[in-house]
Ligand binder design. Structure first.
Ligand SMILES: Cc1cc2nc3c(=O)[nH]c(=O)nc-3n(C[C@H](O)[C@H](O)[C@H](O)COP(=O)(O)OP(=O)(O)OC[C@H]3O[C@@H](n4cnc5c(N)ncnc54)[C@H](O)[C@@H]3O)c2cc1C
Length: 384
């Protein structure tokens, strides 16, 4: 029977929930706002399936990933409005739909809830920096594959590892895509933060964009749209939720020593931002977003080769430079414990409570960024 004694050893992938033959495991939210499995001892039959499929407790059960075989800088030919990077995910997804397959990915169900849905590619576009609820995705992926159809599953590296553990074998029709991931905040903190923002802005939020690129791909904003039509944008380092996420303070405990990031989840393809743009072909970087694609399997290589996209092969070290999502362990920030210890008492002051934990960007970095964005704006005007 699964029993989580150390939270850092549970990534919340829900493979155990999906695999339990008597459905005795439910996810329960902890004080930090993350979900963990809880097995009802009165219903558990002690079969051990939950532990056998767990990618952390039984890592040997996972198919061994080969890691990054080839890496590219890439972007979609189409203007993929809403995509966070170069819009490669929607191209991959449409390819599968056109072949009669099903696509599983994360979308907003409402502004407080992120969960996995099927086939709604427009809703899946854009990174949502909160752990998504997988609902019955793992079971639905399997049923799709058992019918001989293609299934594309897109998620964080731990979700892909969880799916692989649950499926227990490889299927020819399965395509897995994970994101370069430096960690996720929990759904509890996010829904509380939406309440705090609504209080602050006076109204209901109808849309959230974690990566609004109207201010630039590198210099993106966190933008909310209110029910009266107001669009309220904050720089990524000025919004407390985004700043604490980027400063690694609000991540799930298992994210700090994640065993699946850096293309180690067994995924076929990893997608990320190509931040090291200075090294990429200038014609690929139009400032609207550029992906890193890593093919991690033969299948992944064949899929990338078949896509109609603009791409340029680059050595792995250039593809992943300047990108925390491809780095190893993340040190736990000294302020994380204090942040979560005080969180239950923040109440109506959640916004200012969170703001109090944001580390100010050093002056030289602020000057550099402001200079950089003025120069890019100037360059754009001159090229018009
Ligand atoms: C939590 C998180 C952390 C990330 N950290 C990094 C990083 O450190 N470095 C980096 O280079 N890239 C990171 N990314 C990936 C990056 O932001 C883009 O998602 C990726 O480059 C794909 O861009 P795109 O334009 O091709 O796809 P888009 O069209 O933007 O599609 C987004 C894809 O991400 C999936 N997705 C969105 N939110 C979630 C979620 N909460 N859980 C699971 N899947 C989700 C969607 O299902 C969809 O497949 C992160 C993404 C997430 C979700």
């Amino acid at each position: 029977m699964i029993k989580i004694k150390d939270n850092s050893l549970c990534c919340g992938c829900t493979a155990c929930v999906a695999a339990c033959p008597v459905q005795c495991i439910t996810m329960k939210r902890d004080i930090e706002g993350f979900d963990y499995p809880f097995a009802n001892p009165d219903l558990c039959i002690g079969c051990g399936k939950c532990e056998a499929v767990c990618p952390i407790l039984s890592p040997d059960a996972l198919p061994v990933g080969t890691g990054m075989l080839k890496t590219w800088a890439a972007r979609s030919d189409a203007d993929e409005a809403g995509s966070s990077s170069g819009g490669i995910f929607p191209v991959l997804a449409r390819d599968v739909l056109e072949k009669g397959g099903t696509v599983f990915g994360a979308a907003f169900l409402d502004v407080r809830t992120v969960g996995h849905v099927e086939d709604d590619i427009q809703a899946m576009k854009g990174s949502k920096y909160v752990q998504s609820d997988l609902f019955s995705s793992f079971e639905d992926v399997r049923s799709c594959l058992e019918q001989g159809r293609q299934a594309l599953f897109s998620g964080t590296p731990c979700q892909v590892a969880g799916l692989k553990g649950y499926l227990e074998k490889d299927y020819p029709g399965l395509v897995t895509v994970d994101c370069a991931c430096h960690g996720v905040p929990g759904p509890g903190l996010w829904s509380g933060y939406v309440d705090a923002l609504e209080e602050r802005h006076g109204g209901h939020i109808v849309k959230v964009e974690f990566r609004d690129k109207t201010t630039g791909w590198r210099n993106y904003s966190f933008t909310v749209t209110m029910d009266d039509g107001r669009r309220i944008a904050s720089g990524k380092d000025n919004d407390p939720y985004m700043a604490l996420f980027l400063q690694d303070i609000t991540l799930r405990p298992s994210c700090y020593n994640c065993r699946f990031r850096c293309s180690r989840s067994g995924s076929d393809i990893t997608l990320g931002d190509f931040w090291n743009v200075g090294k990429a072909m200038p014609k690929l970087n139009d400032g609207k977003g550029l992906n890193v694609i890593s093919a991690n399997s033969r299948k992944g290589m064949d899929i990338v080769a078949s896509l109609n996209i603009r791409l340029e092969e680059v050595p792995v070290n250039e593809a992943i430079a300047e990108n925390g999502g491809f780095e190893g362990d993340i040190p736990v920030p000294a302020s994380r414990a204090a942040f979560f210890a005080g969180l239950p008492n923040a109440g109506k002051n959640l916004y200012s409570y969170m703001k109090g934990f944001v580390r100010r960007t050093p002056l030289h970095k602020r000057i550099y960024r402001s200079f950089h964005s003025t120069m890019s704006e100037l360059k754009k005007q001159l090229l018009k």
